[in-house]
Structures are given as C-alpha cells and as structure tokens.
Design a protein. Sequence first.
Length: 225
Amino acid sequence: MRTVFDAFMATAEAAPGHAFLCAPPSRGRAYHPDGVEYTYAEVRAEVLAFRERYAAAGSGHGHRVGLLFENRPEFFFHYLALNAPGVGVVPINPDYRHFVDRKKNIIRRSGENIAAAEVEACLQAHAAVAQVAVLGAPDEIREEEVMACVVPMPGARGAARLAGELVDWCLGRLAYFKAPGWVLFVDRLPTTGTQKVQKAQIFPKGEDPRRRPGAIDLRARKKRG
C-alpha cells in the first residue's frame, strides 16, 4: 500500500459493511444535525464517483487542491478521491478564522515574513510547473532568501530561460521580496503517502542548497517596483 487511498480501498474490500464515518447528533449544526453514519461501501461509492469527476476536470499527480469544508464527514469523500491520483490536498476549515503557517514554512527575508505556501500557490499556477516546494536558503545579507525547487512539466523550455520566466511570473503577482531569488529544477520531490512534500528531505541536513549543482541565482531580478 502506497497511499491513504490504497489503505482505504483494501479495508473497504475486506469489510464493506463496517462503519467508516459517523457524526453524532448536534442540534443547530449546519450539516447533519440529526447525526449520520457511512459504511465503507457507501464511502467507496462516493469516493470513486468523485475521483472520476476530478479526473475529468484535469486534476492529476502533483496538483494541489484546496477543500473548503467544516469538520463534516463528506470532507473524506473528496480527500480520498484526490489522494487516489496523487493530488495534494490543502484543508480549509471555515471554523478557523486565522491563517497559521508552520515556522519551518515561514521564510525570514530582510525583516519580512514570507509564507512559503503563498509563493508555492503562485508558482503552481504557471503552466510549466508540475510541482513545487519553496523554502528558505541562507543569505549572508538578508538572513534568508526564497528558493523554489521546481519539477517542470514535460517538454518545458530550458532551465535558465524558464527560471527567469517563473521569477517574472511571481514579480507580476506578488510583492517583489516574495519572488524566488534561487530556482532549482529537480526530477521529483519527496512526498508522503498523502502527497505532502517532505521539505526536510529535499536537501541533506547541513547542505547549503545554493551550492547544489543547477541552482540558478536570480536575486538580481528582485527589485522594488
């Protein structure tokens, strides 16, 4: 078994009539106020139907999809359907009103806090990007600089040209200091079974990512508008 979807399908095959999801009654709740229970077989049918819909919409391996749900059971229909082809899922729970990014996903550049997820979302929207991870590279002047590790789409143009295009893409959509100062093209990014990128495994501990062969320095493009 390689993914959460694989594990779910194996259990659904072995015990289709067993309960998989349930929500107890809660008066006044916007969803299932009287409570609800789903068996493995019922969830499997929903998951497979949504998998086909997402595939028809063009969702595939390396893509990232935000799911806006409360803590309702139906979240898992979509989560498993997206996990099947290798789509990364970003849960967006409206019950929580504050944006929180883990410390390791915050890049500190010249006194500015930059959320890696924001830069990743911008780059992921570019047609030549199949997958991307953004992290902080050490910088002797600015403390850290934004570095993008990019898996390009098949047939994407040359590395140096595409790197410059990606930085310009970000400069046109984000504050200048959030654009990548370094770009590294890679064949793949390490991921978990749920397709979450494992940033800690991209570079061995102690390695300066700027020294990795193929790292492209684009800091000169970052100028305040």
